[in-house]
Structures are given as C-alpha cells and as structure tokens.
Ligand binder design. Structure first.
Ligand SMILES: [Zn+2]
Length: 289
C-alpha cells in the first residue's frame, strides 16, 4: 500500500485508513481545562512539544462488497498540509464517482472540507458526484440555520468564524445529495451511525460490524490519546463540553464491554487501536491493528 494509507479487514469488510495530512494546533486549544503542570508532565513523558500539537487527519474507506463508503472527507485544500483524500482514494483504486455513500461525522472544516470540489470556487460541487452524503439532521440544521451560536467553544473568535463559514460553504453545495440521519441506524449493512453529541450537536460515531468483529470510529469524540487517560480534560472544539465528556465515556465503555477495535480521526496515524481501563481511572490507548 502507498504511504499514508493502511488496510485491514473487519470480518468481511475491507477497511483502509487514509491520511488527509495534518495540522498544527496550539496545545491550549486541545486541552483548555487541563492542569498546566500535569499537562506539561504528560507531554514531557511522550517527548511531545509543549506549545503545539501536530494533529493528523485520517478518513476511513469502507468496502463492504456492495457499497463503497467514505467516513469523513478531510480538510480539502484549505491548507498546504491537507487535501490528500482524492489522491489517496485513487491510490487505493477508488475514483470519486465510485463512492456511493459519504458519512460526515460532523461539519467541522477538517471533516467536510473535502466533501466539495472547489476547483471552481464560484461553483463548488460535491466532490463525490454519485454519493449520498449522510450526516445527522441536527448537524445539518445547526450549521445551515440563519445564525450559529459558537460562543461555548473555547477558541479564539477568528477560529470560530472560520468554522462557521467553512461549514456553510461546504454543506450548501451538498444539499441535493444529503440524507439526514435522525437516530442510530444502519447506513448500509454492517455500517451503523451512532449519535454521539457534544463535540457538535449532531456528531456521529460509526460502528462497523462483520463476522463477530467490530470497529468503532469515534470521529472527534476524542481528539488525542490524552483525552482517554484524562477523560475529565476537555477539548476546546467541544461545543457542549459536559455532554461531550459523557459521550466519550459511554463510547469507551461500550468499546471495552464489546471488545471493539477503535479508530479516532485525530489520533496518531494509522489512528486505529484498542483501549483498556486504567487502574487510576480513564483508559489506555493501545495503537495498532
Ligand atoms: Zn476534527
């Protein structure tokens, strides 16, 4: 496989994680309520810089035999370090017109930026012309409303403005191909959307099941492995921090109880692994497939 992708099977479902690139964020945006001393020690232990987090963007290609599903589309051409998804798909043998279903876990720029083909910025079109785009009805309504209230985000105002504008710019051209998800439901056989609100109002997790194996894609219910070890640490991008924390706990408890593999869009590539409860609370991230 080409660099930047990694394939594996969930039962009879073929999965390929595809790197869209990465972006660097101030540490304070990722851990706005962490105790500074404790956060410093944790970053030190991992030999990570203290000023910024290099955050990967990882989409998931799902081939069930009957359906070609893409979970999240990456950031598109919004920065020089992202926008690789169409090229990665083509290296995996999939053309944009082959994708029949796109699942958007939520409408933040790093997940919807690649949903549109903006080569002609005046007439952006869906990047996947034959796909149904599935996202939560709550997500669609929130971002396409006349006014979007992002005051609860623990981020600078210009970042909030960027998030708001990008969601509108990317969702509007999709309107004729959108199918809203109103509850936990099978998107195609073996691929289930699970409401996982808090990060955004309509944030979805995606559960793949086949032949007794399961992979739970957390989306952005956790954006760094430290959020598993310290579930009380929030993320500045969570619109409803308490609801996001409750959702994160519920998903991880379900993953442990049902022995699931996990994937998280922003975890170190290839962004798949498992979790185990820690004696002191929280969960340990064990990367790998
Ligand atoms: Zn994200």
């Amino acid at each position: 496989m080409p660099a930047g992708s990694h394939a594996f099977q969930v039962g009879s479902i073929r999965c390929t994680v595809l790197s869209d690139g990465y972006f660097r964020y101030p540490v304070s945006w990722f851990f706005p309520n962490a105790d500074p001393g404790e956060l410093s020690r944790e970053l030190e232990n991992r030999h990570l810089p203290h000023e910024s987090i290099l955050s990967p963007y990882t989409c998931l290609l799902v081939e069930t035999g009957r359906h070609v599903v893409l979970v999240d589309t990456g950031a598109g051409v919004s920065s020089s370090t992202t926008g690789a998804i169409v090229a990665r798909l083509e290296m995996a043998g999939i053309r944009p017109k082959d994708v029949d279903t796109v699942v958007l876990t939520h409408a933040h720029p790093d997940h919807v930026g690649g949903a549109i083909d903006a080569r002609n910025p005046r007439f952006p079109r869906p990047a996947f012309p034959n796909a149904i785009y599935m996202l939560s009805d709550l997500e669609w309504e929130f971002w396409t409303a006349a006014r979007t209230d992002l005051r609860a985000l623990r981020l600078p105002d210009d970042m909030k403005y960027e998030i708001d504008c990008t969601a509108r710019r990317c969702l509007t051209p999709l309107r004729l191909q959108v199918e809203p998800v109103e509850k936990e439901i099978d998107i195609v056989p073996g691929v289930r959307a699970i409401p996982a609100p808090g990060h955004t109002p309509g944030h979805l997790a995606v559960l793949l099941s086949s032949d007794g194996e399961q992979l739970l894609n957390l989306g952005d219910a956790a954006v760094h492995p430290l959020h598993l070890e310290h579930p009380e640490w929030g993320n500045g991008f969570d619109l409803a921090p308490e609801q996001a924390a409750a959702t994160r706990r519920a998903l991880l408890e379900r993953a442990v109880a049902e022995n699931m593999h996990l994937m998280a869009f922003h975890f170190p590539f290839p962004s798949v692994g498992r979790v185990a409860p820690r004696a002191g609370g929280g969960w340990e991230w064990m990367p790998g497939w």
